[in-house]
Design a protein around this ligand. Structure first.
Ligand code: ZN
Ligand code: ZN
Length: 369
C-alpha cells in the first residue's frame, strides 16, 4: 500500500487534541459528495492529490459549525490508490454523524464526488481495502465495513461505492479485506508500541535521536535500567518502554497496558520528573548584542554597531530609504539609516513617542530581538 503521511501531504496541525480511541467495530466509507473533477483521476494527476487533501482539511478546519479539530476522516484514498493519513490510527473520527457513530467506526474517504468523478477507479478500490487493512492492523478496527448512510440519513458514499461496500468491499481481483478484530487486543504482547510527540520530539517504540538516549541514560541513572541488554542508545526499543514503565509505576502511575498511564510511553509529566526539564525543539530566544551606547550612532560616522543595526532594519523590513538600488548594511550611519530607524520607531508603539531616528537601548533591543 502507498501511505502518504500527514507530513507527506503537508497537513496543518490539529486545532485540538484528537480523541484517542482504542478500537472500533469497523470502518465506514465516505465520499466527498459535491463535485470532484474527473481530471483528478488522470494517470498523471497524482501530483494534485496532496493538494486536494489539503483543500479538504482546510475546509474542515474552517467549518466552525462542526468545530472540527482536523480533517474529519481517519484516512482518504485518491483515485490512484494512495492512502492519505487523515486523523490516523486510534483517533476518533468526526465524520460519521454523531458521537456514538464516531466512536463505533473509523471513517475512510474516497476522493469521489456526487458529480464529475462518481465511479471509483480500480486503484481506488484497492486503496480503500489497503486503508481498511491499515486501520485493522494498526488501529484495532473491527471486521465490519459499512457506508456512511448506514446509521445516518445521507446519500454518502454514493450509489456506486455503496454497492461495492454491500458486495463485501473487495479488491478488483475479488480479495476481501483481511484481518480485523472482534475484541480489542493489546499490541505487541502487551507492550505499548505507539509514539507521542512532546515539545516537538518523538518518544516511544522506534523513535530516534539524542533525546531518546538522554531518556535512557537518565533511566539507568535513576535505577530503572534493568531491561536493557544493550544500550541505552538513540533508538527507542521495547526495553526503553519497559524501563520507563517501571519509572512511571514508581511515580504512582497505574496501568501498564498500552495507553494506560504507566505503559512506558512518556507523557510531559513523567518526562519532566525524570529529566528535571522538558527537552524540546523550541527555538532559543535570539540573543541581542549589548547596546553599544548612543555615541555609536552619529550622522556621517562609522561604527561596527551600525552594520548590526542595519541587518535588523533589513530583517524587519525598514529599509525604505536608501541612496541607490537598495539599502545596504554597512558601518556608516547615514541620513538613510536615521530615516529607516525613525520609520521603525514610528511603527513601534513603545518607541513612537520619540521617533528621532537615533537608536537608544529600547530601539536597539526591539529592533534586534
Ligand atoms: Zn460521509
Ligand atoms: Zn492520487
Amino acid at each position: 500500500m502507498e501511505l502518504v503521511t500527514r507530513a507527506g501531504w503537508g497537513a496543518r496541525p490539529s486545532r485540538y487534541d484528537l480523541v484517542y480511541i482504542a478500537s472500533t467495530l469497523g470502518v465506514k466509507i465516505h465520499y466527498e459528495g459535491a463535485y470532484v473533477p474527473k481530471s483528478l483521476a488522470d494517470p498523471g494527476a497524482h501530483g494534485s492529490c496532496a493538494g486536494h487533501m489539503r483543500d479538504i482539511q482546510a475546509s474542515h478546519l474552517a467549518n466552525r459549525v462542526e468545530d472540527y479539530s482536523d480533517i474529519a476522516y481517519n484516512a482518504a484514498v485518491c483515485p490512484h490508490g494512495a492512502v492519505f493519513e487523515g486523523r490516523g490510527l486510534h483517533r476518533k473520527t468526526g465524520a460519521n454523524g454523531s458521537q456514538t457513530l464516531n466512536t463505533d467506526d473509523y471513517a475512510v474517504l474516497a476522493m469521489l464526488g456526487s458529480s464529475g468523478l462518481v465511479i471509483p477507479t480500480d486503484p481506488m478500490l484497492d486503496g480503500l481495502v489497503d486503508a481498511i487493512g491499515w486501520l485493522r492492523t494498526g488501529g484495532s478496527a473491527g471486521k465490519r465495513v459499512l457506508g456512511h448512510r448506514d446509521g445516518k440519513a445521507t446519500a454518502c458514499p454514493g450509489d456506486p461505492l455503496y454497492a461495492w461496500v454491500q458486495a463485501g468491499a473487495r479488491r478488483p481481483d475479488g480479495t476481501a479485506p483481511q484481518g480485523g478484530t472482534s475484541t480489542p487486543v493489546p499490541s505487541a504482547g502487551g507492550i505499548a508500541r505507539y509514539q507521542v510527540t512532546i515539545n516537538g520530539l518523538t518518544y516511544g517504540f522506534g523513535a530516534k535521536g539524542p533525546h531518546v538516549a538522554e531518556v535512557g541514560k537518565a533511566l539507568v541513572k535513576a535505577g530503572f535500567g534493568r531491561h536493557y541488554q544493550v544500550g541505552p542508545d538513540e533508538t527507542w526499543t521495547d526495553a526503553d518502554t519497559r524501563n520507563f514503565s517501571d519509572f512511571q509505576l514508581s511515580l504512582g502511575f497505574k496501568g501498564t497496558a498500552p495507553h494506560q498511564d504507566a505503559d512506558g510511553v512518556p507523557g510531559p509529566v513523567s518526562l519532566q520528573r525524570l529529566l528535571g526539564h522538558l527537552p524540546g525543539k523550541t527555538v532559543k530566544a535570539s540573543v541581542v548584542p549589548p547596546f553599544p551606547g548612543r555615541s555609536a550612532f552619529a550622522l556621517g560616522r562609522s561604527n561596527p554597531a551600525v552594520t548590526v543595526l542595519d541587518h535588523g532594519l533589513v530583517r524587519k523590513g525598514y529599509a525604505h530609504h536608501h541612496a541607490g538600488a537598495k539599502y545596504q548594511p554597512g558601518p556608516l550611519f547615514t541620513e538613510y539609516t536615521r530615516k529607516n530607524v525613525a520609520d521603525f520607531q514610528r511603527a513601534t508603539p513603545a518607541l513612537a513617542g520619540d521617533p528621532d531616528g537615533y537608536p537608544g537601548p529600547l530601539t536597539w533591543q526591539l529592533l534586534l530581538s
